[in-house]
Design a protein around this ligand. Structure first.
Ligand code: FES
Length: 168
């Protein structure tokens, strides 16, 4: 019996217990972080890219997030492997949430963070290459903006609750 306090579906719990493609990728073409280490909700997404075809040949992640974050990151690595960077870019957090069988409302941001990290990695790749494909929007997408907002919020909270020196 599950002791999870949240109504996670069995697929999320299974991916949380047995995540796919978990771990640092030493030969990654590119990687990107989303989230903030000060609150622990942080994910790193690694991509190995066939640069000639612009296809993702391998994807992995490291997560300090919750079960929903681990499950959505895990399934996202499987969804984008073998896809072109453009196809991978189109993967929205809603598609990912659907793929894991649905997320509790309070856990939407965990899936958004996973997609935010993937999109940052794709942007980073083109930044390094000095290229800008026409399908890559100038403006940050919803997932990227949300990741940024979460980082700013965590930063603000960590400053607000820091103890005065006398209490440390
Ligand atoms: Fe923040 Fe899931 S990653 S609660």
């Amino acid at each position: 019996m599950s002791r999870s306090p949240l109504p996670y579906n069995p697929k999320i719990l299974e991916l949380f217990r047995n995540p796919k493609n978990l771990g640092r990728m030493d030969d990654a073409t590119v990687s990107a972080v989303a989230g903030n280490p000060s609150c622990g909700d942080m994910i790193t997404f690694y991509l190995k890219i066939d640069e000639e075809k612009e296809v993702i040949v391998k994807a992995s992640f490291e997560s300090y997030g919750c079960a929903a974050n681990i499950a959505t990151s895990s399934i996202l690595t499987e969804m984008v492997t073998g896809k072109s960077l453009e196809e991978a870019w189109q993967t929205s957090w809603k598609t990912v949430a659907k793929e894991v069988g649905g997320l509790p409302n309070v856990k939407f941001h965990c899936g958004i963070l996973a997609v935010g990290a993937l999109r940052r990695a794709i942007r980073q790749y083109y930044r390094i290459k000095g290229k800008k494909p026409e399908w890559l929007p100038e403006e940050q997408t919803f997932e990227e903006k949300q990741a940024l907002e979460e980082e700013e919020l965590a930063e603000m909270l960590s400053k607000r609750v820091s103890l005065p020196e006398s209490e440390e």
